[in-house]
Design a protein around this ligand. Structure first.
Ligand code: ADP
Length: 458
């Protein structure tokens, strides 16, 4: 494959540790299913690496829902407010606005944070002519921080992440804090549901495609949720009315945190983990998601470079390279997508990426090898995610379900979906067919739908 075929063996040796064959994937699938059952049982729940949180969302929309709903989506320094009109024919009218959370609010008093959110909500509603209309609008709250949910409309924050550290919020019910601020302002809104982003994605897709039974996130992180029979949810503490099902937020990014995936982890995975802000946590996520993929590629490139198998013609007179490859985060995940867009032998995108990181005039072999590394890393990620999905489809035993997906990795990587599909052909029972739906505005729209369905069924 290379101009210098003797490179082949040495490179392959480095990359061999990334290969996971179908038999290994089937073993991983059995382990995941065991972990899921452990997570769903009240006596063993705490031992499982997948937390299997019941979302309290029971009703799946079918596109006939109608109503005016609001959503508030807080997951970082920006937050979004959405006004959503469900028209009842699987169609939605949506307006939204992005607001900023000032640094001082992110680290200030929790009451200020919620007052700030409500001030913005009130301004938005005024512009949309929704204020003081005599109607109390249901609001869905997407709150992308770790929470222990206690009902559809109560959830305690476990810990702040992503630079937030407002006082007086950890261990408190964030829905109550939001509703208190709403009541204080005196606006016509009721926070009816708190929704995780995977669940939001499933719900948003279900409105257009009622066969949606799985929600999947492939972005900064990765996570999945699916519809589970109540009979299988030993940890369930709600009622057993129809429908006898609940969406389970798996938190599958943490799969393997108890060591059950150690046999497939490479030295690159270990290095990524050790230099992360949460060592030992999110093992599955670190082999799959956008936050880490570029970093794994970078470490492999660096390893080859140090073994003098790559970029030989590019050292300066001191034998050094001037390239961000030496620094953490020096190879972006979006570069992986760009490199893999090249087909054939011109490598125009790969050359552009390499020039971007200071490797001028890369050789043909340099390009071949870098593309090969990117493919190996992204294919491994897609196969692991695909194996996880196969467990869910086989477990639900329903044909023609739809997988609702959101996230930049799925959206922009040129082969991720195809590679998941390809491995799933060998892992999903032959008689079970499935399809994909890309969700846009998933989390906010989904939260609004949950709020709407909850109000209609209350
Ligand atoms: P979030 O998951 O935070 O809501 P996104 O779905 O946009 O946001 O995911 C962001 C992640 O996607 C980042 O880790 C980034 O590296 C990755 N990403 C951005 N662009 C691309 C791309 N073109 N190809 C692959 N991954 C990408």
């Amino acid at each position: 494959r290379y101009r210098y075929p003797e490179l082949n063996d040495q490179i392959e040796k480095v990359i061999a540790s990334l290969k996971i064959n179908d038999e290994q994937l089937k073993h991983i699938m059995r382990t995941l299913e065991e972990e899921m059952n452990t997570g769903l049982s009240p006596t063993t729940h705490k031992q499982s690496s997948v937390k299997m949180f019941p979302s309290y969302v029971r009703h799946i929309p079918d596109g006939t829902e109608v109503g005016q709903v609001l959503a508030l989506d807080l997951g970082g320094t920006n937050f979004r407010i959405l006004s959503i009109k469900l028209r009842g024919n699987s169609k939605i009218d949506l307006t939204s606005k992005i607001f900023v959370v000032p640094q001082s609010v992110m680290i200030g008093d929790g009451r200020h944070l919620f007052r700030h959110l409500v001030e913005c909500l009130s301004d938005f509603m005024k512009k949309e002519a929704l204020l003081h209309t005599g109607i109390c609008y249901p609001l869905g709250f997407t709150f992308s921080f770790p929470c222990k949910q206690e009902s559809l409309s109560s959830a305690r924050l476990t810990a702040w992440t992503k630079g937030f550290s407002c006082s007086g919020v950890v261990n408190e019910d964030v829905v109550k804090l939001l509703q208190d601020a709403i009541n204080e302002k005196g606006i016509n809104v009721k926070c009816a549901a708190l929704v995780n982003d995977t669940v939001g994605t499933l719900m948003a897709c279900a409105y257009r495609e009622p066969s949606t039974a799985i929600g999947l996130i492939l972005g900064t992180g990765t996570n999945a949720c699916y519809i589970e029979n109540l009979d299988n949810v030993g940890t369930w503490n709600g009622d057993y009315n129809e429908p006898k099902q609940v969406i389970i937020n798996m938190e599958w990014g943490a799969f393997g945190d108890n060591g059950c995936l150690n046999h497939i982890r490479t030295k690159y995975d270990e290095e990524v983990d050790l230099s992360s802000i949460n060592p030992g946590k999110q093992t599955f996520e670190k082999m799959i998601s956008g936050m880490y993929m570029g970093e794994i590629v970078r470490l492999i490139i660096l390893d080859l470079l140090q073994q003098e198998l790559l970029f030989l013609g590019h050292r300066d007179t001191y034998g050094d390279y001037k390239t961000p490859l030496y620094n953490r985060g020096g190879f972006y995940t979006k570069f992986v997508s760009t490199v893999e867009t090249d087909e054939g032998i011109k490598f125009s995108n790969t050359r552009r990426v390499l020039e971007d990181i200071g490797i001028r005039n890369p050789t043909f072999d340099d390009c071949v090898i870098v593309q090969h590394i990117c493919r190996q890393v992204s294919t491994r990620a897609a196969r692991l995610a695909g194996a996880g999905l196969a467990v869910l489809i086989n477990r639900m035993k329903k044909s023609n379900i739809t997988i609702g997906v959101d996230g930049s990795l799925y959206r922009y990587h040129p082969r991720f979906k195809r590679n998941m599909e390809r491995c799933m052909e060998n892992l999903v029972h032959k008689d079970l067919k499935f399809k994909w739906a890309l969700s846009d505005d998933g989390s906010g729209k989904g939260a609004a739908l949950v709020a709407c369905v909850a109000e209609q069924n209350s």
